[in-house]
Ligand binder design. Structure first.
Ligand code: RB5
Length: 144
């Protein structure tokens, strides 16, 4: 993983997307903002798709924000190779990297305040995957 992350939202996650973009840029990350450019009403699967394609093509982390985080996580997890995790606390953010090798963090702006969200994003990005038995379990996701 590089120091580049990509981010997207819908209208209900727009304000938190802006906060996280600014925060992560301040930490030295290059943040590719895949939209939207304003908080006008839009459809979250469109931005989930943009972020997931970028995550898969560039092997970087993605962050998706909607009102609840649920719609984004549902949409993102339809993409093969995406392991999107809706996180509401630090244990979620750390454990989903260590155990699930999550590559997309989903957050709900109507659920998680900006201070907690910033911390969750930092923990998610900085926590390594533990591999081993966890890799075997992830491999079973796509077992036929
Ligand atoms: C938008 O009103 C809201 O439905 C969306 O942001 C998200 O929470 C859906 O899961």
């Amino acid at each position: 993983m590089t120091k580049t992350v990509c981010i997207g939202s819908d209208h209900a996650g727009f304000a938190l997307k802006e906060v996280l973009t600014s925060y992560l840029s301040g930490l030295g990350y290059t943040v590719e903002d895949l939209g939207p450019a304003a908080a006008t009403s839009c459809d979250y699967p469109v931005f989930a798709q943009k972020v997931c394609e970028k995550v898969l093509n560039d092997n970087i982390f993605g962050i998706l924000v909607c009102g609840t985080g649920i719609g984004m996580s549902m949409a993102a997890n339809r993409h093969e190779g995406i392991r999107a995790a809706l996180c509401t606390n630090e244990f979620h953010a750390r454990a989903t990297r260590q155990h699930n090798n999550a590559n997309v963090l989903c957050l709900g702006e109507r659920v998680t305040g900006p201070g907690v969200a910033m911390e969750l994003a930092r923990i998610f990005i900085e926590t390594p995957f533990e591999g081993g038995r966890h890799q075997r379990r992830i491999d079973l996701f796509d077992a036929k």
